[in-house]
Design a protein around this ligand. Structure first.
Ligand SMILES: *[C@@H]1O[C@H](CO)[C@@H](O)[C@H](O)[C@H]1NC(C)=O
Ligand SMILES: *[C@@H]1O[C@H](CO)[C@@H](O)[C@H](O)[C@H]1NC(C)=O
Ligand SMILES: *[C@@H]1O[C@H](CO)[C@@H](O)[C@H](O)[C@H]1NC(C)=O
Ligand SMILES: *[C@@H]1O[C@H](CO)[C@@H](O)[C@H](O)[C@H]1NC(C)=O
Ligand SMILES: *[C@@H]1O[C@H](CO)[C@@H](O)[C@H](O)[C@H]1NC(C)=O
Length: 452
C-alpha cells in the first residue's frame, strides 16, 4: 500500500531513505518534482504485509497464532479420544443396565433364581458399581474439552483481528492467555492419557521398508513439538540412523539426513527422548545417550549387572537384551540379570546421567516375552513375536504388582522385533517383518472412590 503527499520543494529529485536500514524492512519515502505545477511530490511506500513480519511484535503474533493453531489441532485429537472413551463407557453403562434389570426381575420374582445365582448376580452388580464415578468423570472431561475448545476459538478470533490492527492489544496479556491455555491443555491431555490398557486397534501400516528387524519412532517426551521420524534398520553392529523431517516425508521416503553413531548398537530397543537417542552399545551393557543436534555422545553408562550379547534377549533373539523406552513418567530400561534368574527387570533412569533411580523385578521370564512396552508406569509384555501373540502380562510399578492379561492384537506380518509406546501420540510403534506399523491404544482410567 502507498500514499501520496505534497511537499514544498521545487525542481529537485530527492530520495530519502533515512529511517530504515533496508527497503524491505520499513517505510520507503520517495519525493520528486514532476508535478505539473512544479510542486514536489512525496511518495511513501508502506512496507508490504509480509515485510511487516520482520517487526518483532508481528513475529511474536505469528508465533502466537501458530501456537493457537497447534492447540486447536490437539483439541481435535482430544475430542476424538473422549468421544471414543465415552462410547466405551456408554456401552458399559448399557451392560450395567441389563444386569441391573435382571437383578430387579430376580428380586421381584425370587423363585426364578436360586440363592447361588442370585448372589452371583448381586456380586456382578457390585463389581460394576465403581463404573458410575468413571462415567461421571468422562462426562466432566468432555465438558472440559468443550470449554477449552471455546476458549481456543475465542482467542484465535482475537488474534485474527489484531493481525489486521496491530497494537490494539497488550501482547503480554495475549501471551499469558496462550500459555495458560497450553498448560491447561497439557494437564487435560495428561489426565486423559493415563490409565490401564484395555485394547489395541487394528494395525496401520505406515511403510514397508528395511530388513526384517529394526526400530523407528518419533520423540517420546511430553511436551514436545519435535515431529521428526527416526529410523534404525537392523539389529546389530549398525551405526546409521536416518532422520526424516516429518511423518509425511517418512511415508514417502524423502527429505532425510543421516547420522553415523560413534559406537555401534545392539538390538532394537533404542528410544528417542528429548532430542537424544538412547541405545545399547554393541557387545556391552552400556547405554549411550547420543544428542542429535550436536551429533555427539553426551553420556554413556553401564547398566549394572544387565545381561547383553544375546544372553537374555526377547523370544526373537537379535541382541535384544536391553530395551529402552519412555512413557508419561520418563525413561526406562527393561532387561534382566543373572541374579534375577533371567526374569524381566525394570529400571527407571535419570535422563541426564543414566543413573538408575529405582528397580522392579517383574518375575516374568524375559525369554518368554516377545516384546514389552511401558504405558503410564505399567509394563505390558507380549507372549510371542509371532502370529497369535497377545499382551499377556502387566507389571504395575506404582503398586509393584502384576497381573496376567489377555489383550489381543493383530500381528499382521508375523514377526515383531520392536514394540514401543509413544506417550505423546498415544500410539504403539512397531517394526513387523520390514513393515513400520502403528496401533492406537485404548486406555481406561479407574477413579478411586472411597469406601469401595
Ligand atoms: C506448531 O506445530 C508445528 C508442527 O507440529 C511445530 O513445528 C511448531 O514449532 C509449533 N509451533 C509452536 C509455536 O509451538
Ligand atoms: C468466548 O467469547 C464469548 C463472546 O465474547 C463469551 O461469551 C464467552 O464467555 C467466551 N468463552 C470463553 C470460554 O472464554
Ligand atoms: C497403577 O497404575 C494403573 C495404570 O497404569 C492404574 O490403573 C492403577 O489405578 C494405579 N494404581 C494406583 C494404586 O495408583
Ligand atoms: C530436554 O533437553 C533440554 C536441552 O536440550 C534440557 O534443557 C531439558 O532439561 C531437557 N528436559 C528433560 C525433561 O530432560
Ligand atoms: C559375544 O558373543 C560372541 C558369540 O556369540 C562372542 O564371540 C563374543 O566374544 C562375545 N562378546 C562379548 C563381549 O561377550
Amino acid at each position: 500500500s502507498f500514499f501520496f503527499s505534497t511537499c514544498s520543494y521545487t525542481g529537485f529529485y530527492v530520495f530519502l531513505q533515512a529511517l530504515y536500514p533496508s527497503p524491505e524492512e520499513g517505510w520507503q519515502i520517495y519525493s520528486s518534482a514532476q508535478d505539473a505545477d512544479g510542486k514536489c511530490i512525496c511518495t511513501v511506500v508502506a512496507p508490504a504485509q509480509n515485510m511487516c513480519n520482520r517487526d518483532p511484535r508481528s513475529r511474536q503474533l505469528r508465533q502466537l497464532m501458530e501456537k493457537v493453531q497447534n492447540i486447536s489441532q490437539s483439541m481435535e485429537v482430544l475430542d476424538l479420544r473422549t468421544y471414543r472413551d465415552l462410547e466405551y463407557v456408554k456401552n458399559t453403562e448399557s451392560l450395567m443396565k441389563v444386569v441391573d434389570g435382571k437383578l430387579k426381575v430376580a428380586s421381584e420374582n425370587p423363585r426364578s433364581l436360586n440363592p447361588k445365582g442370585f448372589q452371583e448376580l448381586k456380586d456382578k452388580v457390585a463389581q460394576l458399581l465403581p463404573l458410575l464415578p468413571v462415567l461421571d468423570q468422562y462426562k466432566n472431561d468432555a465438558k472440559m474439552i468443550l470449554r477449552l475448545r471455546e476458549e481456543v476459538r475465542n482467542l484465535s478470533l482475537v488474534l485474527m483481528n489484531i493481525q489486521e490492527e496491530m497494537g490494539a492489544y497488550d501482547y503480554e496479556e495475549l501471551r499469558q492467555r496462550v500459555l495458560l491455555l497450553e498448560t491447561r491443555l497439557h494437564s487435560c491431555m495428561q489426565k486423559l492419557g493415563c490409565g490401564k490398557l484395555t485394547g489395541v486397534s487394528n494395525p496401520i501400516t505406515v511403510r514397508a521398508s528395511g530388513s526384517r528387524f529394526g526400530c523407528w519412532m518419533t520423540d517420546t517426551m511430553i511436551p514436545s513439538s519435535d515431529n521428526r521420524v527416526w529410523y534404525v534398520d537392523g539389529y546389530f553392529k549398525g551405526r546409521r540412523v536416518l532422520e526424516y523431517r516429518t511423518m509425511n516425508d517418512f511415508v514417502k521416503g524423502q527429505n532425510f539426513v543421516q547420522h553415523s553413531l560413534q559406537h555401534p548398537w545392539a538390538g532394537t530397543g533404542h528410544v528417542v527422548y528429548n532430542g537424544s537417542l538412547y541405545y545399547n552399545k554393541y557387545q556391552s551393557n552400556i547405554i549411550v545417550k547420543y544428542h542429535f543436534r550436536s551429533r555427539s555422545v553426551l553420556v554413556q553408562r553401564s547398566l549394572s549387572g544387565a545381561g547383553y550379547n544375546n544372553t537374555f534377549p526377547y523370544s526373537w533373539g537379535g541382541y535384544s537384551d536391553i530395551d529402552l523406552m519412555a512413557d508419561e513418567n520418563g525413561l526406562w530400561a527393561v532387561y534382566t540379570t543373572i541374579s534375577n534368574a533371567g526374569n524381566i527387570v525394570i529400571s527407571r533412569l535419570e535422563p541426564q546421567t543414566l543413573e538408575v533411580l529405582q528397580t522392579w523385578d517383574t518375575g516374568y521370564p524375559k525369554r518368554s516375552a516377545g516384546e514389552s512396552f511401558m504405558i503410564c508406569g505399567t509394563l505390558y509384555v507380549t507372549n510371542s513375536h509371532l502370529a497369535g501373540a497377545k499382551i499377556y502380562f502387566a507389571y504395575y510399578t506404582n503398586t509393584s504388582s502384576y497381573e496376567y492379561t489377555d489383550i489381543p492384537f493383530h500381528n499382521q506380518y508375523s514377526h515383531i522385533s520392536m514394540m514401543d509406546y509413544n506417550p505423546r501420540e498415544r500410539m504403539l510403534y512397531t517394526w513387523n517383518n520390514g513393515h513400520q506399523v502403528l496401533y492406537h491404544v485404548t486406555l481406561f482410567q479407574v477413579i478411586k472412590t472411597s469406601g469401595d
